[in-house]
Ligand binder design. Structure first.
Ligand SMILES: *[C@@H]1O[C@H](CO)[C@@H](O)[C@H](O)[C@H]1NC(C)=O
Ligand SMILES: *[C@@H]1O[C@H](CO)[C@@H](O)[C@H](O)[C@H]1NC(C)=O
Ligand SMILES: *[C@@H]1O[C@H](CO)[C@@H](O)[C@H](O)[C@H]1NC(C)=O
Ligand SMILES: *[C@@H]1O[C@H](CO)[C@@H](O)[C@H](O)[C@H]1NC(C)=O
Ligand SMILES: *[C@@H]1O[C@H](CO)[C@@H](O)[C@H](O)[C@H]1NC(C)=O
Ligand SMILES: *[C@@H]1O[C@H](CO)[C@@H](O)[C@H](O)[C@H]1NC(C)=O
Ligand SMILES: *[C@@H]1O[C@H](CO)[C@@H](O)[C@H](O)[C@H]1NC(C)=O
Ligand SMILES: *[C@@H]1O[C@H](CO)[C@@H](O)[C@H](O)[C@H]1NC(C)=O
Ligand SMILES: *[C@@H]1O[C@H](CO)[C@@H](O)[C@H](O)[C@H]1NC(C)=O
Ligand SMILES: *[C@@H]1O[C@H](CO)[C@@H](O)[C@H](O)[C@H]1NC(C)=O
Ligand SMILES: *[C@@H]1O[C@H](CO)[C@@H](O)[C@H](O)[C@H]1NC(C)=O
Length: 427
């Protein structure tokens, strides 16, 4: 048999015995069925056959995915050369029966979940997820939206251990691009998300809210390496019980910046965020006709001490702490507020102050530009204050001719700024 025909037959058989020297014993290879056809069955079939101990290859092209999908991967590799394209049938996906609700915080919905252990998913910078977000973004310019309303997270890694996601692209995420929840030792190396409006009718407005690059929740030992995120909301959002998180070589284009929070939304839970390193991060303002916001550099936020309504939309009164956070080599390009901390999310003026405590926050080697002279605005809860706020080589430029202002409220000890940091930020 001619070798290429032999290969063709192997591929057509789909499930074959691969290189016996490899630890992966089975290989499943599939290609898109083509226009008008539904690929969901064949994708799930390949994962069922090869997802435990095997190797799954999705060839280049577009796989049409029409319903929710879980990949349970154990000691397994997936090469995703093409795109999983989730249909833009908004009414279908908003029906709670048609997505998963595995992400506890704010009861968010997922259409695609990866779970398991000891796996690698490599999208080779040629594949990933096509979220077809444009009609979603437009739909929600005329329909009310709220946390927990069922807009699906594009890629959810849930209850996973020792997984690697590599060179993965997510185009036009309708909602959060990624979420990692209840997982340990997951590495994302190479992640691109891009929520950019293409309809001139919405030029200059942010019609892509909630398109966060990732939310981390109830997860430990998570690495985010080489990320390039274009979005209209949090580039990274480190939420409750995220510990030992490293984010390195991150570019955030537009949106709200990098968030620690929101924390303290659930009165019956404590949110712990500890040992986080953000290194080599750029926050860049982009063409305002595509995305007008570049709000924060890095910001920290908790709900206040009173309970106002219930999650997913309301809440507050939760406890916990944030400590040992290092941010270094941060480059800002025309951000509105470079560094912000507040503990009044979702609050009203007569509410109780938050008991959630921020401390051990270190800011090293920040450079670049801000749009106004309020460079640092740290407003800690009067109930608990903040301790150990350290700056070194912190040099973000205010607009020409303006003296930078550093605001510190209820901060116990702050060091390293080249000016006073107090309640009004004025000398
Ligand atoms: C995806 O599959 C559905 C169901 O078969 C079909 O109606 C639709 O046209 C397909 N979409 C594309 C882009 O091929
Ligand atoms: C969800 O599925 C249940 C059980 O099949 C059904 O009773 C319910 O009407 C469905 N909900 C919607 C919104 O379609
Ligand atoms: C953290 O995750 C990395 C990558 O999966 C792994 O090599 C390392 O052993 C993990 N560390 C701990 C303490 O679990
Ligand atoms: C994001 O997508 C838009 C529209 O397709 C494109 O113009 C832009 O270059 C993309 N950004 C990145 C960083 O790839
Ligand atoms: C905390 O409250 C939420 C509702 O806001 C509930 O779903 C959850 O089960 C509670 N968790 C615990 C540990 O009590
Ligand atoms: C975080 O972990 C602590 C225990 O370490 C637990 O009490 C708390 O409920 C957890 N919070 C969340 C949001 O899961
Ligand atoms: C603080 O966090 C860093 C990671 O940024 C970690 O290497 C270090 O061990 C942590 N320090 C303590 C005292 O836990
Ligand atoms: C904060 O903690 C103090 C001391 O434990 C307690 O008296 C107060 O009620 C707590 N406040 C809130 C809003 O839970
Ligand atoms: C400070 O950060 C910039 C990038 O923002 C980097 O080029 C430079 O080498 C860093 N300086 C030090 C001393 O690490
Ligand atoms: C801060 O940055 C400005 C503009 O880049 C530069 O002129 C100045 O020397 C820097 N100051 C320090 C203390 O590094
Ligand atoms: C701010 O701090 C500076 C230096 O410690 C001090 O001189 C100044 O009076 C303070 N201003 C206000 C408004 O507290």
């Amino acid at each position: 048999m001619h070798f290429s025909i032999f290969l063709f037959v192997l591929a057509a058989l789909s499930t074959t015995i691969a290189n016996p020297g490899s630890s992966l014993t089975r290989t499943c290879t599939i290609s898109p069925l083509g226009p008008g056809r539904d690929d969901t069955d064949q994708v799930l079939g390949a994962i069922t056959r090869c997802g435990h101990g095997g190797h799954t290859i999705l060839q280049e092209g577009v796989f049409n995915i029409t319903r929710k999908m879980t990949w349970d991967l154990v000691e397994s590799k997936v090469d995703l050369h093409g795109y999983l394209s989730f249909t833009a049938d908004i009414d279908y996906w908003l029906n709670p029966n048609n997505t998963y609700r595995v992400v506890f915080i704010q009861s968010q919905a997922s259409w695609f979940v990866i779970t398991g252990r000891d796996f690698e998913v490599d999208a080779h910078s040629t594949g990933g997820i096509q979220g077809n977000g444009q009609p979603w973004w437009e739909y929600f310019t005329t329909h009310a939206k709220a946390d927990g309303d069922g807009r699906p997270i594009s890629l959810t890694v849930y209850r996973a251990q020792r997984g690697i996601i590599r060179n993965f692209a997510i185009e036009a995420q309708p909602f959060w691009c990624n979420c990692v929840a209840e997982s340990q030792s997951v590495v994302y190396d190479g992640m691109r998300c891009n929520a950019s409006n293409a309809n001139p009718a919405f030029a200059g407005t942010n019609i892509v809210p909630n398109t966060d690059g990732i939310n981390t929740y109830r997860s430990d030992n998570i690495s985010l390496l080489n990320w390039d995120i274009t979005c209209g909301d949090d580039c990274l959002a480190i939420k409750g019980n995220s510990t030992n998180v490293v984010a390195k070589q991150i570019i955030c284009r537009g949106g709200n910046g990098i968030a620690f929070g929101s924390l303290g939304q659930y009165v019956n839970l404590s949110d712990i965020v500890e040992n986080v390193l953000l290194e080599d991060v750029q926050l860049r303002r982009i063409d305002a006709s595509v995305q007008p916001n570049m709000q924060n550099g890095i910001y920290f936020k908790s709900w206040d001490g009173s309970v106002n309504g219930v999650p997913p939309t309301g809440g507050g009164g939760g406890t916990g702490f944030v400590k040992n956070i290092t941010t270094k080599n941060i480059l800002l390009d025309r951000v509105a507020v470079p560094l912000h901390l507040y503990q009044t999310n979702g609050g009203h003026s007569l509410d109780l102050p938050s008991n959630l405590t921020f401390g051990g926050l270190h800011f090293e080697n920040w450079t670049g530009t801000a749009l106004a002279n309020k460079i640092v605005d740290i407003e800690c809860s009067v109930a608990v204050g903040c301790a150990d706020i350290r700056f070194s080589e912190f040099n973000v430029s205010a607009p020409a001719g303006q003296a930078p202002r550093f605001i510190c409220q209820n901060v116990e000890d702050v060091s390293g700024l080249n000016g006073p940091c107090n309640a009004t930020g004025l000398p």
